[in-house]
Design a protein around this ligand. Structure first.
Ligand code: ACM
Length: 720
């Protein structure tokens, strides 16, 4: 739930102090625009050009149709952000000089030139870039310089010099568990362009569906897609939409595991029988038969077809979570392993991997896969994507592989932005999924071949890390939930992947995030619109009380709410649960609760004029409970949130009592009880291990005002 404020400027000294080695020039004042990602160098200047409508472009270097279209897109977006359009016949308000030095033969490769230099002053904007990608990145920064002043919109005057820390800055969307339309993906590409992300990794096949039309194997769309797939023409359009924005699309076709849907269409390549309709108990288990020569004929032809459809140099083959007993439980495969001396399924998978590697090499593709691929030695040019933990980053780099890190960035864990932001792609240890989940995935917890628990990241190993990706697995994410599950957290991660490692101030992040999100929403992001749509379905007569509750609560974390494979998973035969529970609508980052916490802290530090605002919010949260309870009488769908609503009212009352200077008496016991309950609820989903053993709050909702209330309550100790 975003607070739709269009406040481009906010004053905070902390950002300037804490921005670290990003070179913020000294004496740059207190005001800074909400740039995200933070540029490497930023210096404010005098003389912000007014935005009166329209852009006049002066081309000084190379020019192309792609750049013309980028500028047209920029002009449209500038008009939306500034609410100023070019009046017919009127001179354009902004002069934009663009000097693109080369056409960049490496455009849309890992080596594309993204560096840019930007200057805005009273004469307009000057953007210099080494290549077209740099122009695109500079234009996105330019949009973040729009400021709405009382006198009208301006472009903040500044000098910016900027280039990314990592060449690979990705988002992964699983379109198998829930299919996402082309329009939804194109919208995400637009958001990625605006935040300077440059890879969309599409997880195109899994147990639940194979999502691309194949001319060679039409049963893939006739049977394995369950009616939802991209035609080849749509894929070409999507790839072109991404390319326009300097974004590469990396396809993933997951084999040999996670292939149930594919095997429904072509059961002859299955290690163990698959059924139609799908057997929900086996949907994550089914694997291809690596001992059947025809399996490789099928894959070689399929990859040949898909390799020409997806022009990127990189091709992701999955390779994760092969359940050993899918292979060892087949007598023929077991005999094969014995005959050829395969010690374990990892060794057999390595043979599968090497054959796939050879096929893709023939297609001119660079192979990429999840970190299970290094559970046995495989060619070191294969790109490894660590997900089970960042120790696999060290392991893969030590074995000589290029690495794209996703451990620490799993958006489906429903952690707030700051938790992911804290994780650096080069952190050597401690990130990612804990051993218990790894064990559940039947993967070796500590592989004797490469995993050295004492391993450390070194500058040499760091050189193998090309970048990072934020994956969104969609077991419980529908298209309607896509924007709010990706954004604004992907904007925070765009900064982690782009900006210098020293940019890590979470206070600054929290201040900029709502501003950036509101801009993304002006430019097409549907996070707030879609969450309101979902609320309207749950509470058709009156959404505000539900909206008030969900604006300060967030979903329980670490798969506590995931009924598909989390601890509360329903019997596999049950029909799918509709995804419109309160915790499906609530978002991981509550901007309102964050603002409340900031104001509570500032109030306690002496800013007493904040009292009235704090009280008004607390009274609203407290009184909201009565409104919700009245509604729930007629609206049973709301009943699941009533315990959370009651706890919010108790927390709000605790805050009011603390602010009111309530002296001795029972208020404090009640306040401590409410805060204690809310804190225990956070604790119950603090880790994947905890969610297995601890009961979760009713409705799976966490109270995000808890830290602010705790501060106010504790502060009364000092006052008495
Ligand atoms: C994965 O999450 N199985 C890559």
């Amino acid at each position: 739930m975003t607070t739709m404020r269009l406040v481009r400027h906010f004053r905070f000294l902390a950002m300037l102090v804490c921005v670290g080695s990003a070179q913020i020039a000294p004496g740059c004042g207190l005001a800074a625009p909400a740039l995200m990602p933070q540029p490497v160098f930023y210096q404010p200047r005098p003389g912000s050009p007014a935005l009166t409508g329209g852009v006049r472009v002066v081309w000084q270097g190379t020019r192309s149709a792609l750049l013309d279209r980028a500028v047209a897109r920029f002009s449209r977006r500038l008009a939306m952000l500034s609410a100023r359009d070019a009046a017919p016949g009127q001179a354009a308000g902004l002069t934009l000089r663009i000097r693109c030095v080369t056409t960049d033969p490496a455009m849309l490769s890992i080596h594309m030139k993204e560096h840019y230099h930007l200057q805005t002053d009273a004469t307009g904007a000057t953007l210099e870039a080494d290549g077209p990608a740099g122009v695109l990145r500079g234009l996105s920064t330019l949009l973040q310089l729009v400021e709405r002043r009382e006198s009208g919109p301006v472009l903040d005057a500044a000098v910016i010099d900027d280039k990314p820390r990592f060449a690979w800055r990705g988002v992964m969307v699983d379109v198998s568990r829930h299919f996402m339309s082309v329009a939804a993906l194109e919208r995400q590409l637009d958001m990625m362009e605006l935040t300077r992300l440059n890879v969309l990794h599409l997880h195109l096949s899994d147990g639940q569906g194979f999502r691309v039309e194949s001319r060679l194997y039409p049963r893939l769309q006739q049977v394995a897609a369950h009616g939802e797939y991209y035609t080849q023409r749509q894929i070409r359009e999507l790839v072109a939409h991404a390319a326009e924005r300097g974004i590469r699309i990396v396809p993933e076709f997951d084999t040999p595991g996670h292939s149930y849907a594919l095997l429904q269409a072509y059961p002859q390549y299955a290690a163990q029988p698959v059924t139609t309709p799908m057997d929900p108990k086996r949907v994550v288990r089914a694997a291809m038969d690596p001992t059947n020569p025809q399996t490789y004929v099928f894959l070689a032809r399929l990859y040949h077809e898909m390799a020409s459809l997806f022009p990127d140099a990189y091709f992701h083959v999955g390779g994760d979570e092969v359940r050993p007993d899918e292979w060892t439980g087949n007598p023929h495969i077991a005999a094969f392993m014995k005959q050829y001396g395969y010690a374990d399924v990892a060794a057999l998978q390595a043979t599968f991997t090497q054959r796939v590697y050879a096929m893709l090499a023939r297609e001119g593709k660079i192979m990429m896969g999840w970190d299970e691929l290094i559970d046995a030695p495989v060619p070191s040019s294969i790109v490894i994507e660590p997900w089970r933990g960042s120790r696999y980053t060290v392991a893969a780099a030590t074995a000589g592989h290029p690495v794209v890190v996703s451990a620490g960035y799993y958006l489906d864990l429903l952690l707030p932005a700051a938790e992911h932001y804290r994780v650096d792609p080069l952190d050597p240890h401690g990130n990612g999924l804990p051993p218990d989940l790894v064990a559940r995935a039947n993967a070796p917890a500590l592989n004797a071949f490469t995993l050295d628990p004492a391993a450390r990241m070194t500058p040499e190993l760091a050189g193998h890390v090309m970048g990072a990706e934020a994956p969104l697995w969609t077991e419980i994410v529908t298209e309607e939930m896509l924007d709010a599950r990706l954004w604004p957290r992907c904007a925070a991660l765009a900064e982690r992947f782009w900006s210098p490692a020293s940019v890590r101030d979470e206070t600054s992040l929290a201040l900029r995030l709502p501003v950036v999100q509101s801009e993304l929403e002006i430019l097409g992001n549907r996070a707030t619109a879609d969450t309101h749509g979902m609320m309207a379905r749950v509470a058709p007569d009156d959404t505000p009380p539900l909206s008030v509750l969900l604006s300060v609560t967030s979903p329980a974390r670490n798969y506590a709410h995931n009924h598909v494979f989390g601890p509360s998973r329903v019997a596999p035969t049950a029909t799918p649960r509709p995804l419109d529970q309160a915790a499906d609508i609530a978002t991981p980052d509550s901007f309102e609760a964050a603002a409340f916490g900031r104001d509570a802290r500032a109030y306690l530090a002496g800013q007493h004029d904040l009292m009235a605002g704090l009280r008004a919010r607390l009274e609203n949260w407290r009184d909201n409970d009565t409104r919700l309870r009245d509604m729930a009488v007629h609206d049973p769908a709301l009943r699941e949130v009533l315990p959370a609503s009651a706890l919010l009212a108790q927390l709000a009352q605790a805050g009011l009592d603390a602010l009111g200077g309530a002296s001795a008496g029972s208020w404090r016991a009640r306040a401590d009880a409410a805060v204690g309950t809310a804190q225990a609820q956070f604790d119950a989903s603090r880790s994947l291990l905890r969610v297995r053993t601890m009961p979760q709050p009713a409705g799976d909702l966490l109270q995000d005002i808890t830290p602010g209330i705790a501060l106010l309550v504790q502060a009364t100790d000092l006052q008495h």
